[in-house]
Design a protein around this ligand. Structure first.
Ligand code: PEP
Ligand code: MG
Length: 883
């Protein structure tokens, strides 16, 4: 079996496609070598050796030793130096390299092969004893740390003590003789602390490092990282052994990292940093300030240290050429590592560079315009979830932040403002032109006006589909929810977290993209919906099969949704319209009335408001489909709480406050989410459905006149469990339509359909489809009822469920394909069996989650409906699913 693959001098036994066998780093070193680029010669021990190693009690295949020897000879043939030769030694680096980049594993050992003998040969060959001993002490420290697991700080203490004794301040103050003394001290330290001398035989060193790489595959950090990123243990890591080149051989030597395009803006310009006379770890260590690669970047950064372009002009020209070759070859922005040894450039790594959403968008679109990649590839290259970053303000990553706690990143974007603790305070502040963050233990529909007025919302209880989360996403407001470590004290107007107390009026910042809660203000970066955004979205729209609608009920939401490209409204939650001033009182009257006559009196007051709401929605959507759902939430959410509120409603109903308070008690429920809600309201009080249907149809007639376009309302019944419930409500709707036609003389075209959000409804979909003209999957309630997990309270235990692998992700965020998804599939099949052309959509929060959108595409739904700010995400995710 072939276990070892060599590269160098314009040739390689491997190639980029052999990533699984050679790891990312090894495959790309081979590829660069094949491209004729200057890569120090070396070899890769394959990932199969790693697998073999663990399958055979941490031993190696018998042929490996011979193959490694042969590969070392290959290096010697190309460099003229021999590994382990005391007179003319070749030093090597040893690096790990799995298929996917994996922080947490052993990284790098440099200068391997140095010992008490070879150090002098290196001194002589380089003519620089200081360099040789400096390299040797670095090697002892690095090898001891990475291979022998002996912490850095022991060495640093020795070095600091020596510098103090000598009166030195900088490492550069040490002479060759000083470093020689340090090397002696380091070796004594290892002998003393580890009970064995520092290995002097280069071959022992090499096998020690190879063993450390393979062992690091199973260290705790690597295991955790693999679990978090779903990387299988079976992949294993490769080991790369490569001839050392030195960036620390004087002022014509250097080392650095660069991106072929700017990774934060996407600008097509080489971008990177380097250090003269330094070794790789110096750049990362951040002790010295690195210099810019290009002159343009140096000027932009206001740096007075020369750029590589001026300091090493020939090297720069060569590097620029190579960066172009690599980007063109891989057809993507590359992240490069290089070293310059006495004026000669060497490439040490290339890989696809990580980038911000903004950069991803710009790079993908520009590369497609330049014909480097296809439009389909451009679509596939942008992570839909990352588009969120572009649509909202975000915290300046460079700013200092006093993080006092964190919760769930419920709705993206960052916001700052004075802390207030009630919706009314938030509203008042807004009228006074003050910006606020609304802080609540949890929110309810009563807080909506305050949520509207606030810049952002923070709750300390509730999950990703809690009221605060859903409503905030709908409004496109930043929201952090379920920040459990923060204690809210409404009475004293304070929040406390980790010993920090903030008071009402103090400035608070939340980051709804990360869940961070920060004391004080933080500078923000504003979104720019640049031309590339529109371009990529246009390409996405051309390939996707799913339509994308929005969940919206206010005119603002509807306009936002349309501007983000929504093709209709998939869910208008009418209850959100019931809290506005002038209405809530009538809503309460309606609920608390003793009889139908009383309810009808109150409903008559609500009718004009509802009608006007719908007229506006129809007009804004201008001929696009609009689905309006009948009243859904448990009635108690609307009930009066304070004595004053109770008195007000009692007066309107002409009853005593005592009597009203008693009536209110009748609405208490232990499990309101499983209680008197959804179509159950319309079954018990058909006059509510009648009023809403009338408002919808009268609005349709009016909007048809004003827009001149046909309006085809889709009336939706919530929370049914079977056909009979649906039919009873549909009867009311149809009868009302008939009446409105008679009264107005207009002809109405409309559809009546239902939410499928309870498991029983999914199972009975064939019967339901006999009369229902469309289904909209309410996967929030369907997840809640399929799992039997409360969508409001699940936050307290979902964490351990996810970390223990019971669930991969929060099922309220990304659809549980196996369970909830199965019910969606069943309902789809059964519904279509009865009514082949039934219109099918989803309007749970999953409609804006890329993985769930992919699922909806597979199942063959007609559309997804999501919060306005997630419309672009859904459009892109739907396109990717269709590629
Ligand atoms: C659902 O249950 O998925 C849904 C969209 O309805 P709501 O979130 O309003 O209960
Ligand atoms: Mg629901």
């Amino acid at each position: 079996t072939k276990w070892v693959y060599t590269f160098g001098d314009g040739k390689a036994e491997g190639a980029a496609e052999m990533r699984n066998l050679l790891g990312g780093k090894g495959a790309n070193l081979a590829e660069m070598s094949n491209l004729g680029l200057p890569v120090p010669p070396g070899f890769t021990i394959s990932t199969e050796v790693c697998t073999w190693y663990y399958a055979h009690g941490k031993t190696y295949p018998a042929e490996l030793k011979g193959q490694v020897e042969a590969a070392l000879a290959h290096i010697a043939a190309l460099t003229g130096r021999t590994f382990g030769d005391p007179a003319n030694p070749q030093l090597v680096s040893v690096r790990s390299g799995a298929r996917a980049s994996m922080p947490g594993m052993m990284d790098t050992v440099l200068n391997l092969g140095l010992n008490d003998g070879t150090v002098d040969a290196v001194a002589e060959a380089s003519g620089d004893a200081r360099f040789a001993y400096d390299s040797y002490r670095r090697f002892i420290q690095m090898y001891s740390n990475v291979v022998l697991d002996f912490p850095h700080h022991h060495f640093e203490e020795v070095l600091d003590a020596f510098k103090e004794e000598k009166g030195y301040t900088l490492d550069t103050d040490l002479s060759a003789a000083d470093w020689k003394v340090i090397v002696g001290k380091y070796k004594d330290l290892v002998l003393h602390e580890l009970g064995a001398p520092f290995p002097q035989d280069p071959h022992d060193q090499l096998w020690g490092a190879i063993g450390a790489v393979f062992s690091s595959w199973m260290n705790q950090r690597a295991i955790v990282y693999r679990r978090l990123h779903a990387i299988p243990e079976s992949w294993g890591t490769a080991v790369n052994v490569q001839a050392m080149v030195f960036g620390n051989m004087g002022d014509t030597s250097a080392t650095g990292v660069a991106f072929t395009r700017n990774p934060s803006t996407g600008e097509n310009a080489l971008y990177g940093e380097f250090l003269i006379n330094a070794q790789g770890e110096d750049v990362v260590a951040g002790i010295r300030t690195p210099q810019n690669i290009t002159e343009t970047a140096r000027i932009a950064a206001g740096s007075n240290k020369p750029s590589m372009e001026t300091a090493l002009p020939e090297v720069f020209t060569e590097f620029q050429r190579i960066a172009g070759v690599l980007e063109g070859h891989y057809r993507d922005m590359q992240d490069l590592e290089f070293t310059v040894e006495r004026g000669k450039l060497w490439m040490l790594q290339t890989r696809s560079g990580k980038r911000t959403a903004k950069a991803a968008l710009r790079i993908a679109v520009e590369m497609a315009h330049d014909g480097v990649i296809t439009k389909e590839e451009a679509i596939a290259r942008v992570d839909p979830a990352a588009l969120d970053q572009l649509l909202h303000p975000m915290l300046d990553p460079k700013a200092d932040k006093a993080v006092i706690g964190s919760g769930l990143p419920a709705s993206p974007g960052a916001a700052s403002g004075e802390m207030v603790f009630s919706a009314d305070e938030a509203e008042l502040a807004k009228t006074q032109g003050r910006k606020v963050i609304l802080v609540r233990i949890e929110t309810s529909p009563e807080d909506i006006h305050g949520m509207h007025a606030a810049e952002g919302i923070l709750t300390t209880r509730g999950g990703m589909t809690s009221h605060a989360a859903v409503v905030a996403r709908g409004m496109g407001k930043p929201c952090v929810c379920g920040a459990g470590t923060i204690r809210v004290d409404y009475a004293n107007g304070t929040i406390t977290s980790g010993g920090v107390t903030l008071r009402k009026g103090d400035i608070l910042t939340i980051d709804g993209g990360t869940g961070q809660v920060i004391a004080g203000a933080v500078p923000m970066l504003q979104p720019e919906l640049s031309g590339e955004f529109g371009t990529l979205m246009g390409w996405a729209d051309a390939v996707r099969k799913l339509k994308v609608r929005a969940n919206a009920e206010t005119p603002l939401d509807a306009r936002t949704a349309k501007s983000f490209g929504a093709e209709g409204i998939g869910l208008s939650r009418t209850e959100h319209m019931f809290f506005d001033a002038g209405r809530i009182k009538s809503v309460r009257e309606m609920i608390l009335a003793d009889d139908e006559a009383g309810r009808r009196t109150a409903l008559a007051k609500l009718l004009p408001f509802q009608r006007q709401d719908f007229v506006e929605l129809f007009e804004i959507m201008d001929g696009l489909p609009v689905t309006i759902r009948l009243l859904d939430p448990p009635l108690h959410e609307f009930l009066p709480h304070t004595e004053a509120e109770i008195a007000e409603v009692a007066e309107a109903l002409g009853v005593s406050p005592q009597k009203l308070a008693a009536r209110k008690k009748e609405f208490d429920e232990f499990n309101p989410m499983l209680g008197f809600r959804g179509c159950r309201l319309a079954i018990a009080f058909p006059e509510i459905a009648e009023m809403q249907a009338r408002a919808i149809f009268e609005a349709a007639v009016a909007a048809e006149k004003s827009t001149g376009k046909p309006v085809v309302p889709e009336v939706m019944v919530p929370l049914i469990t079977g056909k009979r419930e649906f039919d009873l409500v549909k009867e009311v709707i149809d009868a009302t339509a008939k009446k409105v036609e008679e009264e107005t003389g207009a002809r109405l075209t409309y559809q009546v359909g239902t939410m499928i959000e309870l498991p029983r409804a999914a199972l009975k979909a064939d019967e339901i489809a006999e009369t229902a003209e469309f289904f909209s999957y309410g996967t929030n309630d369907l997840t809640q009822t399929t799992y039997g997990i409360s969508r409001d309270d699940a936050g307290t235990f979902l964490g351990p469920y996810v970390s223990k692998g019971i669930m991969e992700v929060d099922p309220f965020v990304s659809i549980d394909v196996e369970g909830v998804g199965e019910l969606v599939k069943i309902a789809t099949e059964r519904g279509r069996k009865t009514r082949p052309n039934i219109k099918l959509g989803i309007c749970g929060e999953h409609g804006g989650d890329p993985a769930s959108v992919a699922f909806c595409h597979e199942v063959g739904l007609d559309y997804v409906s999501c919060s306005p700010f997630r419309v672009p995400i859904a459009r892109l995710a739907a396109a990717q699913a269709a590629l």
